[in-house]
Design a protein around this ligand. Structure first.
Ligand SMILES: [Zn+2]
Length: 605
């Protein structure tokens, strides 16, 4: 996750935009005026963005009513200005403009993820709905029957931990159902939220909010939807193999609770949303093909501390030729949970001044998983710094999936060979045991794909009015079943609001970016591995220490959003199309193994 400057939660709160619009000159503006408009907008927005980042940083690392109020005010100012400029940009429509000017005007219009109506009452109502839904989620606790002390009720962290560690189906069912008791109160709010958000989107010239989201990808919205579907079609057979294997292994463990040929019950997959399944690796591990090392144990036995985890991440990037992180990164970041105050622990990466005030905010735990998370967050930071020479509106990734993919790409290079280079392993593990490595990774990355897809498939339909509020929950489970092959373990009705039990729905964070990032990271990894001269199977390639790969990566990152994303993709990979081929290649040995295991067993649902 990244602290997003323009892309997320943009709400305009006042009617100022409408007033300015009505002042637009009646005569046709000139290209020079368009450029002057952008110069002014960029300078103003940069100023407001920095102010908002500073306030948000303080709020996230020291939560009090005062810091919340200050952060909200600063963010309001930034958002309101963005909305005004986005509306004003329309007056240059149809002019013959230099490509970079035309591109900036377009980016301004699609930068919002939530456009508020000009009517001040409606705009204020939309803000309140958004804040309230996020608050309901944030404060959401499941209080088991008989528990009256709120402190003993379960937070999402508790629920997540139980899903990951418990193997008791009764207990899993209880927490699964329990967490979903937090979201029914959002249902009415969400319905009204959709109405108002769509009104705002229409004022910007989009048919609905889903179309606004799909317009961020340098393609007509309907073509982008087809692209997403094409990528899913590419990876679906691999997902189905994994799903079939997991289903029969779970059936062996849990018996009749798991059907032989139907969808898998959602509570048994090791995660509250069944979005990644690596937590149940222990139930699925191949016999005689376990890699035989545990990064968590290695880190702990070497007494690696939180800062040192980050030093390892930085060292990966500097080995590629990137400059070290600035000294302020080390003094201003939050690496551990403070003892004396409330903070937001959810990992994020920041560029507070939009130049080089880079920071991460985490509460690092010494685990192999967090070792990867550190690389993920630093990927954002090195991207942010690489494009800091661009004009303000281009200080963004090529598309939002790129930003999420970069750090994960680097983390794919955490191979046994790399761990040997770090001195963590005495010698690389036996390639004959790679099945375990690949299975664990597939449970994280391949299992995620349909989930990464379906959240926005649901929201696109909801925003477009194809799913009426009376069918919110039913439509959700139809998509979960269709894409994930997963089913609710107990009956759900329209009294429930299960989409609201996932943070990104009440918080209104678009989600397709994560689907795209999961595919792109393998495409990037393959291109970089080849540049680094690695001819081994992709899962055994690490680009650590390759200046050649580093140069290619930095060249793409430095482009920021200055060019349509296919140009950036081409610069690194030689291809103008997103392609799941490299992901399939990476997992090909696992796929062959899965198909052997699945022989005679049902596949699909
Ligand atoms: Zn991220």
């Amino acid at each position: 996750m990244r602290k997003v400057r323009l892309a997320v939660l943009a709400l305009a709160l006042a009617a100022a935009g409408a007033v300015l619009l009505s002042c637009a000159p009646a005569t046709r503006p000139t290209p020079a005026q368009a450029k002057a408009f952008l110069d002014q907008a960029e300078a103003h927005l940069l100023d407001l963005a920095n102010e908002s980042s500073q306030a948000s940083w303080v709020q996230a690392t020291y939560i009090t009513p005062d810091t919340e109020a200050l952060a909200a005010k600063a963010s309001e100012r930034f958002i309101q200005a963005t909305m005004e400029y986005a509306k004003q940009a329309a007056r240059f429509d149809g002019l013959d403009l230099p490509p970079d000017v035309a591109r900036k005007l377009r980016l301004l219009k699609v930068s919002l993820s939530l456009a508020a109506p000009a009517d001040p009452k409606e705009s204020a109502e939309l803000t309140q709905l958004n804040t309230r839904m996020e608050g309901v989620y944030g404060k959401g606790r499941y209080c088991p029957a008989g528990v009256t002390d709120l402190a003993k009720c379960l937070s999402i962290e508790d629920v997540t931990r139980m899903h990951s560690t418990s193997r008791d189906p009764k207990q899993l069912l209880e927490v699964w159902r329990g967490w979903r008791t937090i979201s029914p109160p959002m249902r009415g709010d969400y319905r009204r939220f959709v109405e108002l958000a769509n009104k705002g989107a229409r004022e910007l010239g989009f048919p609905d909010t889903g179309a606004l989201w799909r317009s961020k990808y340098d393609l007509p919205p309907e073509e982008f939807a087809r692209e997403v579907n094409r990528l899913w079609t590419q990876v679906k057979p691999l997902y189905e193999s994994l799903h079939a294997y997991v289903r029969w292994k779970l059936k062996a463990k849990y018996g009749d609770a798991v059907p032989a040929g139907g969808p898998i019950p959602a509570h048994l997959l090791g995660n509250p949303w069944a979005q990644s399944w690596d937590n149940i690796y222990d139930l699925l591990a191949p016999r005689d093909a376990d890699p035989g090392f545990d990064l968590t144990q290695i880190l702990k036995s070497r007494r690696v501390d939180e800062k040192q985890m980050v030093r390892y991440g930085e060292q990966f990037f500097t080995s590629l030729g990137f400059a070290p992180l600035p000294p302020t990164f080390w003094t201003r970041s939050q690496f551990t949970r403070p003892r004396d105050r409330e903070v937001v622990c959810h990992a994020s990466a920041w560029d507070v001044d939009n130049v080089d005030d880079l920071r991460i905010k985490m509460c690092i735990e010494i685990t192999g998983e967090e070792f990867s998370v550190v690389h993920h967050e630093l990927g954002h930071n090195f991207y942010q710094r690489a494009y800091n020479q661009q004009p303000f509106l281009f200080r963004e990734s090529a598309h939002d999936g790129f930003h999420e993919a970069v750090g994960d790409t680097i983390a794919l290079s955490i191979t046994p060979e790399y761990l040997v280079q770090l001195g963590f392993l005495a010698k690389p593990t036996d390639p004959a045991k790679d099945t375990g490595l690949l299975l664990r990774r597939a449970l994280e990355k391949v299992a995620f794909l349909p989930f990464g897809l379906l959240i926005d498939q649901w929201r696109w339909q909801v925003f477009a009015g194809e799913v009426a509020p009376e069918r919110y929950n039913q439509a959700w489970w139809e998509l979960v079943r269709k894409y994930q092959g997963v089913a609710p373990p107990v009956e759900r009705t329209e009294n429930d609001f299960d989409p609201g039990a996932k943070y990104h729905v009440p918080a209104n964070v678009p989600y397709t970016r994560y689907f795209l990032a999961h595919i792109l990271q393998f495409q990037f990894h393959k291109a970089l591995a080849r540049k680094a001269g690695c001819q081994a199977p992709l899962h055994r390639c690490s680009i650590y220490g390759s200046r050649e790969a580093g140069r290619a990566l930095e060249a793409m990152l430095a482009m920021g959003a200055s060019k349509p994303w296919p140009d950036a993709l081409e610069a690194l990979t030689g291809s103008r199309q997103m392609d799941a081929g490299p992901m399939l290649e990476y997992f090909a040995p696992l796929r062959a193994w899965l198909e052997q295991q699945n022989e005679g067993k049902p596949v699909g649902w």
